[in-house]
Design a protein around this ligand. Structure first.
Ligand code: NDP
Ligand code: MG
Length: 386
């Protein structure tokens, strides 16, 4: 069945806005059924004038109160609150849910889409880090499917079309290395917010930009890959590739390695998640084969970027580790952005809170939510002493 009716959760963000562009470019039969914003609901109302959505969701009630309803697109209803987000994710008229909310705020709606048997076009990696087991179980039970939007995982997903899962020896995630790839630890200790936000190859939201600078983003992606591809942590490697052209590798049992390449532009993996298994012309920049160019690969430096070790540890141990590291990281990134933590303390805080927590191997949703709150509170307490 074609998956043409689309809901975009987090439509005002970097991925959300790129998704709306992709839907507009694809044209009929693809169409936007509904979209959500958190604080920027008026901005979304403006963008959606070009579409004919059935409804918009504002997850922040206060932002919704300030929204002049006469500015909504014609025929579009405004629903308010997190329950409305779940309703949009499960709407029977929606085929594909693009999960583009940042952080564990996207958990309930992403899980709801999985339970409702949707195609889940997943950007919101934090949901898999927190509750990968619950999401994959829900998809199995509902008959839904998950197609990655994250560029590395999309590359692996695409390369995997050439062989079966039992023929995979390992997957290798590429990492740009972020703005501090060549910085010493001493230099990073004094990094400013501006330095950390200056990503060399990608334009992204603030949280993922800081995650790229600490390389926590790659750690989260190792965990994301563990759930997406059902692979043990020791079959997932990371290599630094500063040009962000090779989006990842799959090595098969015969030693053959396949990769997916394209200039860095998120519209391509987003479009593939919508049109899969088909490929359709895309307005993204293409490789220019007339130019000489160089592709570098370097080993990742786990000493300067201790977040990487956390990624493999969490991918191995599973259970409650993901929710704790994710919540500590979300809280620490906010503190760094507001000038209350120094750059190296983001990952140091995550390590500390992970080691402090009481581990259990198969937490339910309530336990995950409780630990999410606990890890945030512990991070705030720890930061106050720093
Ligand atoms: P942005 O910060 O640009 O956008 C975040 C979106 O989430 C906005 O629509 C925002 O709404 C919404 N949002 C924020 N808080 C809440 C909340 N409490 N409840 C509901 N919605 C909320 O993030 P990105 O687009 O950069 O990233 C989104 C996800 O995609 C992340 O998980 C990220 O890791 C992943 N990703 C991003 C990539 C990129 O290139 N940007 C690449 C690969 C993955 P509003 O703005 O209206 O407040
Ligand atoms: Mg990525």
């Amino acid at each position: 069945k074609p998956k043409n009716s689309i809901a975009v959760l987090g439509a005002t963000g970097s991925i959300g806005a790129a998704t709306l562009e992709v839907v507009r470019e694809l044209g009929e039969p693809w169409h936007l059924w509904g979209a959500s914003a958190h604080s920027r609901i008026l901005e979304l109302a403006g963008t959606l004038q070009d579409f004919q959505p059935h409804y918009m969701v504002a997850t922040c009630a206060e932002a919704a109160r300030g929204c002049d309803r006469s500015r909504l697109p014609p025929g579009c209803e405004l629903l308010v609150g997190p329950d409305a987000l779940v309703r949009l994710a499960q709407d029977p008229s929606v085929d594909t849910v693009v999960a583009a909310i940042v952080g564990s705020a996207g958990l309930m709606s992403t899980l709801a889409a999985a339970q409702a048997g949707k195609r889940l076009a997943l950007a919101n990696k934090e949901t898999l880090v927190v509750a990968g087991g619950l999401v994959t179980d829900a998809l199995r039970q509902s008959g839904g499917e998950m197609v990655p939007v994250d560029s590395e995982h999309s590359a692996i997903f695409q390369a995997l079309q050439a062989g079966s899962k039992r023929e995979v020896e390992r997957i290798v995630l590429t990492a740009s290395g972020g703005p501090f790839r060549t910085w010493t630890s001493a230099q990073m200790a004094d990094a400013s917010v501006e330095d950390a936000l200056a990503h060399p190859t990608w334009q992204m939201g603030r949280k993922i930009s800081i995650d790229s600078a600490t390389m926590m983003n790659k750690a989260l992606e190792v965990i994301e890959a563990r759930w997406l591809f059902d692979l043990p942590a020791d079959k997932i490697s990371v290599v630094v590739h500063p040009q962000s052209i090779i989006h990842s590798f799959v090595e098969f049992t015969d030693g053959s390695v396949l990769a997916q390449l394209s200039p860095p532009d998120m519209r391509l993996p987003i479009q593939y998640a919508l049109t899969y298994p088909d490929r359709i012309a895309c307005p993204c920049p293409k490789m220019d084969w007339r130019q000489p160019w160089t592709l570098d690969l370097e080993p990742a430096d786990e000493e300067r970027f201790p977040a990487l070790e956390l990624g493999w540890e969490v991918a191995k141990r599973g259970g409650t580790c993901g929710v704790v590291v994710n919540a500590a990281n979300e809280a620490a990134v906010e503190l760094f952005l507001s000038g209350e933590l120094r750059f190296p303390e983001i990952v140091a805080g995550c390590r500390r809170i992970l080691d402090q927590h009481h581990y259990t191997p198969s937490p339910g949703l309530d336990e995950l939510m409780r630990l999410d709150r606990w890890a945030r509170e512990e991070t705030l307490k720890w930061a106050a002493q720093c």
